[in-house]
Design a protein around this ligand. Structure first.
Ligand SMILES: O=C(O)C[C@H]1C=CC(=O)O1
Length: 92
């Protein structure tokens, strides 16, 4: 099952630069593991925003929820998920 997720990140003002750096290091590690496993098929920066579009290839809604809620930055992310179905005009 394919899902497109838009993740917007907003850190609260009280976090220090060191805390934010630590979140970014842990996020990169978690994201890398998901990409290596194939569960995260890709991630793209949305130009000009602290946000991304990510493509997930998972077995269930529950699996996607577990993956999304496992992101270290999850408490500071707003996430919108779009389920994807094959387009009738797709040639792939
Ligand atoms: O867009 C970001 O930088 C936040 C984040 C969410 C997943 C990821 O790998 O990084």
């Amino acid at each position: 099952m394919l899902f497109l997720a838009r993740m917007d990140v907003a850190f609260p003002a009280h976090l220090t630069k060191e805390q934010i750096d630590d979140f970014q290091v842990r996020e990169k590690e978690y994201s890398g593991q998901l990409q290596n496993s194939g569960k995260m098929a890709g991630i793209w920066r949305i130009v000009g925003e602290y946000a991304n579009h990510s493509l997930f290839d998972v077995d269930s809604n529950d699996e996607l929820h577990a993956i999304l809620s496992g992101f270290p930055m999850y408490p500071y992310m707003s996430i919108k998920v779009t389920p994807l179905a094959k387009h009738p005009n797709s040639i792939r």
